[in-house]
Write a protein that binds this ligand. Structure first.
Ligand code: XIL
Length: 311
């Protein structure tokens, strides 16, 4: 039988994974799967601020370059991840800069990195996890960016990014915004105001870190309402935590849940990609969660066949 290649079944969409240089070329079976199944990659940690600019003005492109070169070698695209986030920041960013200094640091960070990758990246998660979990009482998360810049934080990053390079799709990425709820309503109004004011944004990423049997039933409708704003949408960090033992029932439900998420993307004409946050259960950011479509032996799980079926 011909092998199932998810990236081929996904066309015209991309099927992606978070790629991690800790395992790439170091774990043979991981490298085999990641080399064949995916048409787009997001560096899991390599482009985050603490890794790519650990000291002010000192950039380390070695690990992210490894992923970009790998992606080119397998004819896959890359989503940059990320520019503005409250986590994985080096101390020099997260502590003592004045607002003016932080603004210059942000612009320099975005400009230097986008120039380095000019012509090579499909998209950037310019914004990551900036919407508050306490919407509607509060719109933006409390972090260094909103402390220093208030509601101007997101427009600043998006505007700097667009000024450097018109080509990559500029994303606002978040979690907890997958269904229609107070947080996604807050995101929707922020994005609507950006579009009205001419702030650069091309697309919305929905992380989709889900727990078994808890896929929001408004997922497809929610993707569609953002697409109807004239934006691309994408599933950017999909995994499904069993939150219990990996018996046959749980793995079948996990497969059903993967199908539901991929199908929601397939039903949305502007949903451009589905990216899973890792490849195999042994290398997931969620320990012992058995959250991914390949098991620790890099064998396809029921979820793998469900993804194939949904595409
Ligand atoms: C996670 C990585 O998977 C881990 O390896 C790291 O220790 C912490 O960050 N939302 C995001 C991702 O946007 O960048 C996070 O990745 C997972 C949650």
């Amino acid at each position: 039988p011909s092998p199932i290649i998810l990236r081929n079944l996904a066309v015209p969409r991309f099927f992606g994974a978070a790629a991690n240089t800790t395992f790439l070329y170091h774990d043979v079976n991981y490298t085999e799967v990641i080399s064949t199944q995916f048409s787009i990659f997001t560096p899991e940690n390599e482009m985050k601020w603490e890794n790519i600019e650990p000291e002010q003005g000192i950039f380390d492109f070695s690990a992210p370059d490894e992923i970009v070169h790998f992606a080119e070698s397998v004819d896959a695209k890359v989503r940059g991840h990320n520019f503005m986030w409250g986590n994985q920041l080096p101390a020099w960013v997260n502590t003592s800069l004045s607002a003016t200094e932080l603004d210059r640091a942000l612009e320099n960070h975005i400009t230097t990195i986008m120039n380095h990758y000019r012509g090579k990246l499909y998209a950037w998660d310019v914004i990551n996890e900036m919407i508050s979990d306490n919407a509607p009482n509060e719109t933006f998360k409390d972090n260094i960016w909103t402390q220093k810049f208030g509601e101007e934080a997101m427009p600043k990053a998006l505007t700097y990014a667009r000024a450097v390079d018109k080509q990559p799709k500029l994303y606002i990425n978040d979690y907890g915004t997958e269904g229609i709820n107070a947080k996604s309503d807050a995101l929707y109004s922020v994005v609507s105001s950006f579009l009205k004011d001419g702030v650069a944004v091309d697309a919305i990423g929905f992380q989709c870190h889900f727990t078994l049997n808890q896929i929001p039933d408004t997922l497809a409708r929610n993707l569609q309402r953002f697409a109807d704003l004239g934006l691309d949408v994408a599933i950017t960090e999909l995994d499904i935590n069993l939150d219990g033992p990996a018996n046959a029932t749980a793995l079948a439900q996990q497969a059903q849940d993967y199908w539901t998420v991929v199908n929601a993307c397939v039903q949305t004409n502007r949903c451009v990609s589905v990216t899973v946050w890792g490849v195999s259960d042994d290398h997931s950011w969620i320990p012992n969660g058995e959250v991914l479509p390949w098991n620790a032996e890099k064998q396809p799980k029921p979820a793998f066949y469900a993804i194939a079926d949904a595409f």
